[in-house]
Design a protein around this ligand. Structure first.
Ligand code: ATP
Ligand code: MG
Ligand code: MG
Ligand code: MG
Length: 576
């Protein structure tokens, strides 16, 4: 590709509403263009990245035995009535009507359609197992679309659906997918963690999320640095269903003016006495539900180091905390508790609070007291008990990890993650209401056992940027760079030698299958380099008159501090 023919449109500044680095850099590098809230055009530069992501995902899905098809984006509501999701999905589902007033949905995923295909096409056990996938546009009317492609309303997802004859075989299909996901995310060169996620009705270890580790991630994940234990917050907390989160949510929901409850109100609602001293415990969230309740996975239990007087926390130096409950910024919390930024005690919360410093955190503390075992019973731990720290930590491990960290390999840590993939055994959740059966050896109809497997194709480049950037711009992993190599000739318009040399190297690399771009725009070196550093092409070769005379070109990797001289004759081989 030659730059003069391609479309390059870079910006010095990102729009003010772009909050996180990937969003800013994708806009500045001309990869995406906003059309409406959560709706973006994938511009030519961005689309090249997306296509590379898709190609890798497709290759590994095919390798794992999945077969590709494409299902409709607009789907008749009747199918969704059959599964019950037309109502159950809630406001995230975009429902539309045609000219005959017939209802349709725009696919947020496609379990219904694929189950409909399976119930018509899969007749015999001999056709099983099967795994169908598509890489296609999805629409979810997200409550809070933000961060560019990270949480769009229209986005591209790879969604796969497996069909099996029984649960054991479904679990085997699930494992094949989980293994394929590891291969996929390894190829992208990302730091990620596969974490246990809530598997709903099926139970057991049959749902995992793949989380790219990033400070800006919207999910909190819990892991043990010394063992294999890793889970998302919901899963970790599901082990303590009557724990403080549920209680707090309940309490706040009951409070007449949410967010304005006093400590006494909350204590009363929870039926616990308002005690004076206790080990500190803070409930923090960066996400509130529609009624001001603490919502979703974004609630953390933060155990603070040492003792704190509840009254001190309540009244404290944090303005407004004297109302017993308010929303404080993370900076205020750090300041108030005098902890190192982001450090919050035995849970080894290294980052979560600091990372959402621009958002709000709710602090509640007074109601965590030492009295009522029943209310604060989390698998045997009374949060209010005056435990020495090591014991508290040990207890906490049991609470959060439950029977999954049995080796006792150390203290659990929490970090932020971006969910880029999700694998799930569905069981008969869809096949049952939609009556999707096959005939077994005895000719008896049996329900199909299903699994579903998603990857956020357009979220992935954003996650990759969160992990790979510097003050000059993006640093793409080779596998998904819009171009792998950029050739930057200096003074191409003045020097025939440079022009010829650049053209020759360009052709040589093209012939070798290298994804190379020749920047023939005639930009000044400074502007040209700034563009490619912003866009994040990993390998750059500078061709100049002086270099030609010396018989060397300058090679620089996007991560290198300085260029290396490479003999002209060796450059092509070096890059192939
Ligand atoms: P999230 O928890 O971030 O809302 P989800 O659990 O609702 O995601 P799934 O239904 O598991 O998402 O969909 C599979 C994958 O699709 C996710 O792992 C994620 O990578 C991607 N995805 C989901 N919602 C969005 C979105 N709004 N924008 C971009 N990608 C998304
Ligand atoms: Mg979601
Ligand atoms: Mg999720
Ligand atoms: Mg998910």
């Amino acid at each position: 590709m030659k730059a003069s023919r391609f479309f390059i449109s870079t910006l010095k500044e990102a729009p003010a509403d772009a909050e996180i680095v990937s969003h800013r850099l994708m806009l500045r590098a001309g990869m995406i263009k906003k059309l409406g809230t959560g709706i973006y055009t994938y511009m030519p530069m961005g689309l090249r990245v997306i296509r590379k992501v898709e190609a890798i995902v497709r290759e590994e899905m095919n390798r794992a035995g999945a077969v590709e098809l494409t299902m409709p984006v607009v789907q008749p509501a009747e199918l969704w009535e059959e599964s019950g999701r037309f109502q159950a999905y809630g406001p995230e589902l975009l429902r539309i009507k045609d000219r005959h007033d017939r209802a349709f949905v725009v696919q947020p995923t496609s379990e219904e359609v694929v189950t409909d295909i399976a119930r018509q096409e899969i007749r015999s056990y001999k056709q099983l197992p099967k795994n169908f996938y598509q890489i296609q546009t999805k629409f979810r009317d997200e409550r809070r679309p933000r961060f560019g492609l990270m949480r769009g309303r229209e986005f591209i997802m790879k969604d796969a659906y497996s069909f099996d004859r029984d649960l054991d075989s479904a679990k085997a299909s699930y494992k094949i997918m989980a293994d394929a996901y590891r291969r996929i995310f390894d190829r992208f060169g990302l730091r990620y963690r596969a974490v246990a996620a809530d598997s709903g009705a099926i139970g057991g270890d049959v749902s995992q999320e793949f989380q790219v580790i990033a400070a800006t991630g919207e999910d909190a994940i819990v892991y043990c640095p010394n063992s294999d234990y890793a889970a998302n917050m919901e899963k970790a907390e599901a082990l303590a269903p009557a724990g403080p989160r549920a209680a707090a949510t309940q309490a706040l929901a009951k409070t007449p003016t949410p967010g304005k409850a006093t400590c006494e109100d909350v204590a009363q609602l929870l039926g616990v006495p308002l005690a004076t001293t206790v080990k500190s415990l803070v409930l923090a969230t960066d996400k509130l539900g529609p009624d001001g309740e603490l919502a979703g996975s974004q609630v953390w239990l933060l155990l603070l180091r040492g003792d704190h007087e509840m009254n001190e926390i309540k009244v404290g130096k944090v303005p407004g905390l004297d109302q017993g409950f308010r929303f404080a910024t993370t900076a205020e919390i750090d300041d108030h508790f005098g902890c190192e930024p982001g450090y919050l005690g035995p849970l080894n919360l290294r980052k979560p609070v600091k990372m959402v410093a621009d958002r709000e955190v709710a602090v509640m503390s007074d109601w965590i007291t030492g009295a009522n075992e029943a209310d604060f019973h989390m698998t045997g731990v009374n949060w209010g008990r005056d435990l020495p720290e090591p014991e508290l930590v040990a207890d906490l491990r049991n609470v959060v990890a439950g029977d999954l960290s049995p080796d006792g390999q150390g203290v659990l840590a929490i970090e932020r993650g971006i969910e880029i993939g999700h694998v799930f055994v569905l069981g008969t959740k869809y096949s049952q209401p939609m009556n999707a059966t096959f005939l077994d050896e005895a000719g008896k109809p049996q329900l199909l056992e299903m699994g579903c497997y998603g990857i956020g194709i357009t979220r992935l480049p954003a996650a990759a940027i969160e992990q790979n950037n510097d003050e000059r711009g993006i640093i793409w992993p080779d596998a998904i760079a819009p171009f792998t190599v950029v050739l930057c000739p200096i003074g191409m318009d003045r020097s025939d030698d440079v022009k010829k040399a650049a053209q020759a190297l360009y052709e040589d690399l093209l012939a070798a299958g290298v994804d190379v771009l020749l920047d023939d725009r005639g930009e000044r070196p400074g502007a040209m380099f700034a563009d490619w550093e912003l866009i994040g092409v990993p390998h750059r070769v500078v061709i100049s008159d002086r270099g030609i005379k010396e018989g060397q070109y300058e090679y620089q990797h996007r991560r290198d501090a300085a260029a290396t001289k490479v003999p002209v004759a060796e450059v092509a081989a070096f890059l192939k």
